[in-house]
Design a protein around this ligand. Structure first.
Ligand SMILES: Nc1nc2c(c(=O)[nH]1)N[C@H]1C(S)=C(S)[C@@H](COP(=O)(O)O)O[C@H]1N2
Ligand SMILES: [Mo]
Length: 206
């Protein structure tokens, strides 16, 4: 494994304690789920503005406006994958389509098999947060999250939930899968927010 950035410019984009491996590792907990377009549904639930659950079929979901974005990807186990070209639609498009209620400050991202990650609404609503269906102009491979994953490039990559199936709007914060298991609630790689013991007051649920 090469453990150095390829260019000085890449070096500047590398958060503290991270390295660039050769190749692009695939990381997840548990098995790769199958995708069945006829029965696949995407739910937006919790504190929606209307009080109703909103459900998308794959056809509706995949017809949201498409865009591309290049970003880096930082796993808390210290490797970074630089310069990924993701295609999909911004999380802000989903927020516009299914507005959250006025008290919503957090979201829970839910995946197949119950994997989850929580985000502050301000992190979810960043212009760089994307629901990605494509990587480098090709549909995602099964193990990278096909048919759709979230990409939150400014936070550690466990927040970039693969095989995403639902968003829950929350008025109060709640910990997701890794956040419950000792990882930092916020997860900013530039501040090396790796573990929950580093949390400052106000950075996590009580
Ligand atoms: N559904 C789901 N999404 C997940 C994970 C997981 O276990 N399940 N692992 C996360 C972690 S820890 C990382 S580093 C990235 C890895 O993404 P990659 O396999 O495309 O490199 O996916 C994240 N998304
Ligand atoms: Mo990770």
């Amino acid at each position: 494994m090469a453990c150095v950035p390829e260019t000085p410019e890449e070096e500047k984009r590398l958060p503290p304690g991270q390295y660039v491996p050769r190749g692009r590792p695939v990381v997840h907990y548990g098995r790769v789920p199958a995708f069945r377009p006829e029965t696949w549904r995407f739910q937006v639930f919790g504190e929606t503005a209307t009080g109703q659950i909103h459900e998308f079929s794959w056809e509706e979901f995949s017809s949201l406006p498409h865009t591309t974005m290049v970003s880096d990807f930082h796993c808390v186990t210290k490797f970074s994958i630089m310069g990924n070209e993701w295609g999909g639609f911004p999380a802000s498009a989903l927020l516009a389509r299914v507005p959250p209620g006025p008290g919503v400050r957090h979201v829970m991202i839910w995946a197949e098999y119950g994997y989850s990650a929580n985000l502050r609404l301000t992190d979810f609503d960043r212009p760089t947060t994307l629901f990605a269906t494509h990587l480098d102009e090709k549909p995602l491979s099964a193990e990278r999250g096909f048919p759709v994953r979230l990409v939150v490039p400014h936070l550690y990559a466990w927040k970039s939930v693969k095989w995403v199936r639902a968003i829950e709007y929350l008025t109060e914060d709640r910990r997701g899968f890794w956040e419950e298991r000792g990882y930092h609630n916020v997860a900013d790689p530039w501040k090396e927010q790796r573990y929950s013991y580093q949390e400052e007051p106000g950075e996590g649920p009580p």
